[in-house]
Design a protein around this ligand. Structure first.
Ligand SMILES: Nc1ncnc2c1ncn2[C@@H]1O[C@H](COP(=O)(O)OP(=O)(O)O)[C@@H](O)[C@H]1O
Ligand SMILES: [Mg+2]
Length: 361
């Protein structure tokens, strides 16, 4: 069991600040996912927790003890990297046993730990193979096995699936979820840039951006109540559409006149002081539906992507992106070049002013 507490953690390389003011409480048994764009500092934060990188500012506590200056091996943490880095000349069994041999465990203890890890990871039939005789997914499981045998209080994963092909990534993702379930009291921190991994694995997601934490919440919190435009557009695929407009009616229900001509009713409470406020109305592609009446948006379909279970409609190209994307369930291949008006449930809409959600005020 291990709680972690990050207080005002910062990291800089010389003059360059990478992370600032990271405050986070992680409860024992949580599976926390750090997600964010490439280069935002996810690995750096994880490596500071592991003790592989010096903490420039702030305090890291594990189970109430400050560990800033505690060496990695004494933090009760094991880390699994993107590159599995197995010893190529050692069998699966010896790869998993290696750290325990170094730690001078008895042969009996080692055998028990390796057999247990192999069972959890379904590697028992492969214990006497060399890494080269394994698939990528199996090699990654051996790398996880090396962490399990050490029985750490905290597991750290840095993009463990990114070297796997798409099908294996899904399978291994599910295995990691099952692994977590088999070890309910172990704390796990998992880094990824893949929002689907974040959504499917996390008990809570920490979105990192601009040197800090953009939002922390359960996957559905972030999906349903993003506090800012960054999180709104980072979580969900395709990204949430943002339509510029102005508040023309306030109250429990807010009216927004959109620059494109549409009008939105949004179930976000505003006050008279908000009249005339410039806002972005946020609507997810999957929340849009065609209407015969007045809507949020009317446009000509530029591209149709019929995926079978859903159809993506791309409206009005604007340089490298489209003005709006709608995701309709079912097949609508006949809408290409057609003009469509779209509407959405007021409860599903979001309002942002200067990048911040009006719901989060
Ligand atoms: N040793 C280093 N010296 C200077 N800058 C570094 C060093 N390591 C990482 N960085 C910078 O820190 C930032 C965050 O890197 P990283 O934590 O690897 O991002 P992520 O894992 O989110 O992709 C990047 O801009 C990277 O260039
Ligand atoms: Mg990284």
């Amino acid at each position: 069991m291990a709680d972690l507490k990050l207080t005002d953690i910062g990291k800089s390389y010389g003059e360059v600040s990478i992370l600032e003011g990271i405050n986070l409480d992680i409860k024992a048994g949580e599976l926390i996912v750090f997600v964010g764009p490439s280069g935002c500092g996810k690995s750096t934060l994880l490596r500071m927790i592991a003790g592989l990188e010096r903490i420039s500012a702030g305090e890291l506590q594990i189970d109430g003890t400050v560990v800033n200056d505690v060496p990695p091996a004494q933090r009760g943490i094991a880390m699994v990297f993107q590159s599995y880095a197995l010893y190529p000349h050692m069998t699966v069994r010896d790869n998993m046993a290696f750290a325990l041999k170094i730690a001078k465990k008895t042969p009996q203890e080692i055998e028990k730990a390796v057999d247990n890890a192999a069972r959890i990871l379904q590697l028992t039939p492969y214990l006497d193979r060399l890494p080269k005789a394994l698939s990528g997914g199996q090699r990654q499981r051996v790398a996880i096995g090396r962490a399990i045998v050490r029985d750490p209080k905290v597991y750290l994963f840095d993009e463990p699936l990114s070297n796997l092909d798409a099908a294996l990534r899904v399978a291994t993702r599910i295995e990691i979820a099952q692994l977590k379930e088999a070890m309910p009291d172990r704390t796990m921190i998992y880094v990824t840039h893949d929002q689907v991994e974040a959504m499917t694995l996390a008990s809570r997601i920490v979105v990192l951006a601009n040197r800090g934490i953009s939002q922390v919440g359960t996957p559905l919190d972030l999906y349903q109540r993003p506090e800012n435009e960054f999180v709104a557009q980072f979580i969900g695929s395709p990204s949430m559409n943002l339509l510029a407009g102005e508040i023309t009616g306030t109250g429990e229900m807010t009216t927004v006149k959109l620059d494109g001509g549409g009008v939105g009713q949004v179930a976000v409470a505003t006050t008279e002081a908000d009249m005339g406020l410039k806002v972005n109305l946020g609507v997810r592609p999957e929340d849009l539906a065609p209407t015969e009446g007045q809507g949020l948006y009317t446009g000509t379909v530029d591209i149709v992507e019929a995926l079978g279970e859903v159809t993506l409609l791309y409206f009005e190209p604007q340089g490298d992106h489209h003005a709006l994307i709608a995701k309709l369930s079912g097949i609508h291949a006949d809408l290409r070049h057609g003009t469509v008006t779209l509407t959405a449930d007021p409860e599903k809409l979001h309002l942002f002013h200067q990048g911040r959600s009006l719901r989060a005020r």
